[in-house]
Ligand binder design. Structure first.
Ligand code: DLL
Length: 433
């Protein structure tokens, strides 16, 4: 099913013409209205008239999170505040947040992106959609909400937390689709299976829209089995709009990026040169239709690759492979690059593990220590007490073969690792830089 087949299946030459037209317009618009872009382009020696089509995009300078911080809170807005109808802000762990401003038209484009994703997951106006992403400054809650409302679904704005109530309403209202982070979905699933009050057979879920953090194929299999659903990826970021910059289709083989609105590039994060199609590197976005806070060549820090091969579903929009991690959450342990998603993939291979884990890195005597705490499923933990050694050995061996370094594995009882209803926290890095 498609929300907007004309856009989603537009022949690529036509799509490229549309992107070119929109790029020329947005470059002129930002140059004329935002001092930041004006100065940056002047400094780079590029004039709006140098940009004649999408093939000229690499002439434009990049933009980073630091630029948005430097111009906090509204210095990169292109529309007057009287046209801004909504703010969101991304939670930075340090420093100032990034504030995003949306015009009415921006909200329409955003909900269009989410509606395309949810429709691809098979969600229609007949569905009851529980939004368990946080509502508020985070874009997850209101973003999913507006997209589902646009389709005409019955929306339950549950927000995050209060798991027992979430399960009760899910059952009693006959919720058919769940939107939340994959880690919270897993927590809901575990709580459902542990609880004496709820049974999977009482639930009517068929699809899940999971995003806001990286998750593995093994995690997908787990969620599909435990919730009896199809689990789909949804991607986005505050700076570009929020959830729904792209989403998977029924083929579950890559996230279609809605390229008529969000133009993606992959660059080498060191040389900043665009990489050939298919290579892995840093994802960069240019918003082609945004008015409030457009971004031009915004460096996301997300590491992935793009697949331009036609998709069986008929959509022509490029497919992004799963986000491997971020350049800023990649851990370098004893000189080796380690991504939390690699660890998650290994853990999910072991049926005894419930998918929750915590990586702790420290430095002792100038050597990095690498500890991994892994929770076991409740039904396994009791039976295994005192006999964890062979499991620990097997996991340690798999991690060494996948990542190339040894790690100090500990298994812990169910619920020992703190849960988050928002984005999962999988890493504690105690090293002093
Ligand atoms: O996380 C927007 C969102 C909400 C997306 C709900 C999907 C669902 P931010 O808080 O600004 O926005 O964080 C953006 O989260 O650059 C990625 O690193 C990560 N991220 C988002 N979606 C995915 C995903 C929202 N599907 C940052 N897979 C992005 C992997 C994701 N990482």
């Amino acid at each position: 099913m498609m929300w907007n087949p004309e856009m989603e299946c537009m022949p690529r030459p036509e799509l490229e013409r549309l992107q070119s037209e929109r790029l020329v317009k947005i470059v002129k618009y930002t140059y004329d209205n935002v001092k930041f872009y004006h100065d940056r382009m002047d400094f780079a020696g590029v004039k709006p008239s140098d940009i004649k089509g999408i093939e000229d995009i690499s002439k434009l300078p990049f933009m980073s999170k630091q630029d948005l911080r430097d111009y906090y809170p509204t210095g990169t807005f292109a529309a007057p505040l009287s046209e801004i109808v909504r703010f969101h802000a991304s939670s930075g762990t340090t420093g100032k947040p990034i504030v995003a401003g949306y015009t009415q038209h921006d909200l329409e484009c955003w909900s269009e992106g989410v509606a395309r994703c949810l429709t691809a997951y098979g969600i229609t106006k007949e569905d009851i959609v529980q939004v368990a992403y946080g509502y508020g400054l985070f874009t997850g809650g209101l973003g999913a909400h507006d997209g589902a409302t646009r389709i005409g679904c019955s929306v339950l704005p549950a927000s995050s937390g209060n798991t027992a109530k979430q399960l009760m309403l899910m059952r009693d209202l006959g919720v058919t689709a769940l939107c939340c982070t994959p880690s919270y979905a897993l927590f809901l699933a575990e709580s459902l299976h542990k609880s004496e009050d709820f049974k999977l057979s009482d639930m009517h879920l068929k699809a899940g829209a999971f995003g806001a953090e990286p998750w593995s194929e093994n995690m997908r299999a787990e969620l599909e089995e435990k919730l009896g659903i199809k689990a789909y990826d949804i991607y986005g970021l505050t700076e570009v709009s929020g959830p729904g910059v792209g989403g998977e289709c029924e083929c579950q083989d890559g996230t279609h990026i809605w390229e008529d609105m969000f133009f993606p590039e992959i660059i080498d994060p060191q040389t900043l040169k665009p990489l050939p199609h298919g290579d892995q590197g840093e994802l960069v976005f240019t918003t082609l239709t945004k008015e409030g806070m457009p971004v031009i060549r915004y460096r996301t820090r997300d590491l992935t690759s793009l697949n331009y091969a036609p998709c069986k579903c008929g959509r022509t929009a490029v497919r992004m492979n799963k986000i491997m991690g971020r350049t800023d959450d990649m851990l370098i342990i004893r000189g080796v690059n380690v991504f939390p998603t690699q660890i998650e993939s290994v853990i999910m291979e072991f049926a005894e593990c419930n998918g929750q884990y915590l990586i702790t890195v420290d430095r002792v005597d100038n050597t990095d220590t690498f500890r991994l705490d892994i929770e076991l499923r409740s039904e396994c933990y009791g039976d295994m007490v005192g006999q964890f050694q062979s499991l620990i050995k097997a996991i340690t061996g798999r991690i060494s073969s996948v990542i190339g370094i040894k790690c100090d594995v500990h298994v812990v009882e169910p619920n020992a690792i703190e849960r988050s209803a928002g984005k999962a926290k999988h890493v504690v890095d105690l090293r002093k830089i």
